[in-house]
Design a protein around this ligand. Structure first.
Ligand SMILES: [Fe+2]
Length: 307
């Protein structure tokens, strides 16, 4: 039995520069502002859900909360029972909390890393289909969720147990590799046919490593790459393809320092036939840090050779 988490429903970011975030989210990512808050924050949409990202002012420049969607009140109740059975402290959100998230009802708890998780049902749906002014093909979202996130885990086994055994996620695969001098060990979990909605690795300075949005065409990945270059945001990993989810993507820094990934062509998982495996590289090709690609400084001997 699982708690029936259907998808990654929303994400909250606490950001120090909401103006920079608004132009990044709308002009680079191609999302639409769906609501403004008195605090100076705003929400963003990309599909039929009216509010997928909550951008809130604050000093953290990090992930503020993750929202997991379940089907209905009965599924939410079952999730609470299961969490409490695992001795997790679950707070039931007030009507005001639910209104702030534009959902029917929600509960809140911390995962083993201390990341705020919410489970909700009844998201507000938009009355009009979303058409991005810059992403012509649109986003792969709706019933597979807004994308995926990769976060820092304090204790990898505790986090795996929590998300798989208590929340009902399934292991997709694992990547254990040396990447440009540091050791990476990431686990990838799915909760619907999207290859992963949630990934985690060893602790670093922020809770959030990156969030990923998937577009429907390779051209829209390339165009997002161009918009990122023109925006002045820093490319962190060039275009490349991952071996596990087969995503063709690039990574760059958000105005908050954590990264975003824009990709297309992500693989789907069928639980009836899927066998988790361990990959020994993070990318089949590409995803290079641009700094490593810059020409090395010419040494006097090399200059001599050029003459
Ligand atoms: Fe990713």
């Amino acid at each position: 039995m699982t708690t029936g988490v259907q998808q990654l429903g929303y994400l909250g970011f606490e950001v120090s520069d909401t103006r920079a975030w608004e132009s990044f989210a709308t002009q680079v990512l191609g999302l639409g502002v769906s609501a403004r808050q008195e605090t100076g924050g705003f929400t963003l949409r990309m599909d039929g859900h009216a509010h997928r990202l909550f951008v809130e002012p604050g000093a953290a420049d990090d992930l503020a909360f993750i929202g997991w969607e379940v089907a209905d009140g009965a599924a939410l109740h079952a999730a609470v029972e299961r969490l409490r059975g695992a001795r997790v402290d679950v707070a039931v959100g007030s009507a005001g909390d639910a209104a702030r998230r534009h959902v029917h009802a929600l509960v809140r708890f911390l995962d083993p890393s201390g990341i705020v998780n919410e489970i909700f049902h009844g998201p507000t749906m938009a009355t009009e289909p979303f058409r991005s002014p810059v992403v012509a093909s649109g986003f792969v979202a709706d019933d597979v969720g807004l994308g995926h996130i990769a976060v820092a885990a304090v204790d990898q086994e505790a986090v795996r147990t929590f998300y798989c055994d208590v929340l009902g996620f399934r292991l997709s695969d694992r990547i254990v590799a040396d990447i440009h001098g540091y050791h990476a060990d990431m686990l990838f979990l799915h909760t619907n046919r999207r290859h992963h909605s949630f990934a985690f690795g060893a602790r670093r300075d922020k809770n959030l490593f990156h969030f990923m949005l998937e577009v429907r065409s390779m051209d829209d990945v390339g165009l997002a790459f161009d918009r990122t270059l023109h925006s002045g945001l820093r490319i962190m990993h060039t275009l490349g393809r991952h071996p596990n989810d087969r995503m063709f993507s690039f990574y760059a820094r958000t105005p908050s320092g954590f990264q975003f990934e824009v990709g297309c062509g992500g693989r789907e998982v069928d639980d009836a036939t899927w066998e988790p495996c361990v990959h020994d590289r993070i990318s089949e090709w590409g995803h290079h840090p641009p700094g490593l690609l810059a020409p090395r400084k010419a040494t006097p001997a090399a200059r001599e050779g050029e003459r």
